[in-house]
Every structure is written in structure tokens, then in C-alpha cells.
Design a protein around this ligand. Structure first.
Ligand code: KG4
Ligand code: ZN
Length: 346
């Protein structure tokens, strides 16, 4: 089966072609094409994404990118992100996908962007012999717009256990970077500067880390960084590096503590890390070490680095598992939903 993936929920125009062979129980996913056209340079000028500018960029590039990904291939299934995300941005990719589906009579699946991030963990097994996650699995989804703990009972079956009450983890990284005068997007830059620096030089709050819920809050941390930066004034390179290390440690500590709490509470078989922030090496390592230290027997899954950020291969992977259940959408009715939640909360 060949699946065309399309992703335009934020600031990356992405198209991928995925080939799936093998049995339904043990499918082999192979990424044939993974094209990502980043708008970072454009959004750097404004220090963040301007939705209308992002949508216009997607509209310009989406069709040539589809042509490049496909060549002469006619896919069996089309999978396109239909939410959550910026509505005008989502629509450009989704409309291209819908038109292609209608004209060529190819089944289409509308994929949740966060579900896509989870399925990045089913990619990259061509070169690694790692095993896929088993269920129930606990997913920590950490991106620029979301921070959620989701229980995955099976393919396509989700229950939201907790989420941020204000800012997302990625946002906390990005806003820290902005306050320190570092370029957009801030997460990778903060992580780079934090590497080798002293995380104990300054102490930053770890909001909600000790409470009983599985929710998060990062706005207090942002305020603490702002106050700290204003009080300090102009910082030396070393001070900036230590600040990055301190903030990174605070974010990672909270994420790891809540994930461990949830893993124990729900006795999961796997723990899955997903979303742009899953590229963070300190988070990857600290969560792995904490699972071992707490003797949690779940298998631990981290996506290959090349699929942590927004891409369409992960959307195609999620689309494949929908297709196996004949869980298709009506291309005439498929709409973009900017606030589409993954899994209902009790
Ligand atoms: O999933 P993603 O690519 O886009 C959204 O769906 O939002 O996530 C982007 C977020 C940004 O906030 C970015 O700063 C953060 O992921 N990020 C990182 C790292 N790489 C990307 N945060 C911390 N450390 C990183 N290495
Ligand atoms: Zn994302």
C-alpha cells in the first residue's frame, strides 16, 4: 500500500510518500519520500508565525511538492492533517488533498496532527530493529502548541489524561529564547546553549510538579524567566547558557515527573514520546533514566530525530492505521478543525 501524507498545520509545508508491506499484525513502514519545506526564515523576521503569511506560503508550494513526492506514483490512500492547527494553513493542504482524492477517486483520511506525532514512533524501523509499542501505551505529546498525556488503548483509541492549563512546553522553550534574545524557533537554540552548561546555577520554578493531577502549567515559569532576565539586565554568554540549562531542567523535570506518575497509575505496557520537543536530548535521556530508576516495566519509545518536527511521513503512518480499519473520510465533507482534541477526557 502506498500512502501520500500531507501536512500544513503550522509553518512547515510537508508531503511524504510511505510504502507499507508485510502483514497487518507486523507491517513494515518505509518512507519513500519525505519532503519538508520550512518557513522558518520567513517567520524569523516576525519572531513567530503570522497565520496568513504561513497559509500563503503553503498555497504556493503544496502542489509542486505533491508532484515531486509522487512522480508517476498514484497512491492508494491520501492522509492529510485536518487539525488541530492554524485554520487557513490547514485548509491549503487539506483542500489540495481533497481535490486530488475526488478527481482520482482515491480514499482519503483526515488525520489529527497530534496522532501523527505519536505515529512518528512507527517510522525509522527500516534501519533500526526496535519493536513497536504495545497497548495500553502512555503518550507524552510535547509540541509548540500542546502538552498532553494521552492513554492509547489501541490504534486510534485515545483518552486524554492530562494537559497544560496554559502554555505548552514548546512555548515555554520558545518564550525563554525570545526573552534571552535568541532566534525563533527557540527550543533547539535553548537546548544547544544548555548543553554543557550548569543547570543548578539559577533555580526556576517547577509548576504543578508535586500535585495529584496529570495536568501541567508553564506560564509561571515564563513569568519567572521574564522577571529573572529583567533583574539581571545584560547577561554574559555563560549566564545565558546557565539560564538555558536551568529552564530546560525545570521543563524536563515537570514533564518526566507527570509521565512517571501516569505510567504508574495506568500500568501501561509502553511509554511513547511525541512532538517537536521530543527532539530534546535531555528530555529523551531523563525520561528513559526515570523509567528505569522507578522500575517501570513498560517499553520506552522515542521517534527518530528526523521525524520529531512537523512532517508528513508521520501523517501517512497514522493514515495507514486508519486505512486498515477502513476508517476513511468523505472528501466532500472533510473540514479543517483548528481545535480538534485527541481523545476525550473523563
Ligand atoms: O511539533 P512541532 O514541530 O510543531 C508543533 O506542532 O507545534 O513542535 C515545535 C516545538 C517548538 O516549540 C520548538 O521550539 C520545539 O518544538 N523544539 C524543541 C526542540 N526542537 C524543537 N524544544 C526543545 N528542545 C529541542 N531540541
Ligand atoms: Zn507538530
Amino acid at each position: 500500500m502506498r500512502i501520500l501524507g500531507i501536512e500544513t498545520s503550522c509553518d512547515e509545508t510537508a508531503v511524504a510518500l510511505l510504502s507499507v508491506t508485510g502483514s497487518l499484525k507486523a507491517p513494515k513502514l518505509k518512507v519513500l519520500k519525505n519532503l519538508v519545506s520550512s518557513q522558518i526564515k520567513i517567520h524569523r523576521k516576525t519572531g513567530g508565525v503570522v497565520p496568513e503569511v504561513a497559509a500563503r506560503q503553503h498555497a504556493e508550494i503544496i502542489v509542486p511538492l505533491m508532484k515531486r513526492a509522487l512522480g508517476q506514483t498514484v497512491p492508494d490512500v491520501i492522509a492529510a492533517t485536518s487539525g488541530p492547527g492554524l485554520i487557513t494553513a490547514l485548509r491549503t493542504g487539506l483542500d489540495a488533498a481533497r481535490i486530488f482524492s475526488i478527481v482520482k477517486n482515491i480514499p482519503i483520511v483526515g488525520v489529527n496532527h497530534l496522532e501523527g506525532h505519536i505515529y512518528a514512533n512507527w517510522l525509522g524501523h527500516e534501519t533500526r530493529s526496535a519493536k513497536h509499542a504495545t497497548f495500553p501505551a502512555l503518550c507524552l505529546i510535547v509540541s509548540g502548541g500542546h502538552t498532553e498525556l494521552v492513554l492509547m488503548k489501541d490504534h486510534g483509541k485515545y483518552k486524554k489524561l492530562g494537559a497544560t492549563r496554559d502554555d505548552a512546553a514548546g512555548e515555554a522553550f520558545d518564550k525563554t529564547a525570545k526573552l534571552l534574545g535568541l532566534p525563533y524557533p527557540g527550543g533547539p537554540e535553548v537546548a544547544r546553549l544548555a548543553s554543557g552548561a550548569n543547570p543548578f546555577a539559577y533555580s526556576f520554578p517547577r509548576p504543578m510538579m508535586q500535585d495529584d493531577t496529570l495536568d501541567f502549567s508553564f506560564s509561571g515559569l515564563k513569568t519567572a524567566v521574564r522577571t529573572f532576565a529583567h533583574t539581571k539586565g545584560k547577561m554574559t554568554r555563560k549566564e545565558i547558557k546557565d539560564t538555558c540549562a536551568g529552564v530546560e531542567a525545570a521543563i524536563v523535570d515537570v514533564l518526566v515527573a507527570k509521565t512517571i506518575r501516569a505510567a504508574k497509575q495506568y500500568k501501561v505496557k509502553s511509554v511513547i514520546l511525541a512532538g517537536g520537543v521530543s527532539a530534546n536530548l535531555k528530555l529523551r535521556e531523563t525520561l528513559g533514566a526515570a523509567l528505569r530508576a522507578e522500575r517501570i516495566k513498560a517499553s520506552y519509545h522515542i521517534p527518530p530525530l528526523e521525524y520529531t518536527g512537523d512532517n508528513a511521513a508521520m501523517i501517512a503512518a497514522a493514515g495507514f492505521f486508519h486505512a486498515t480499519r477502513k476508517d476513511f473520510s468523505n472528501p466532500l465533507k472533510l473540514e479543517a478543525t483548528s481545535n480538534w482534541e485527541l481523545g476525550i477526557r473523563d
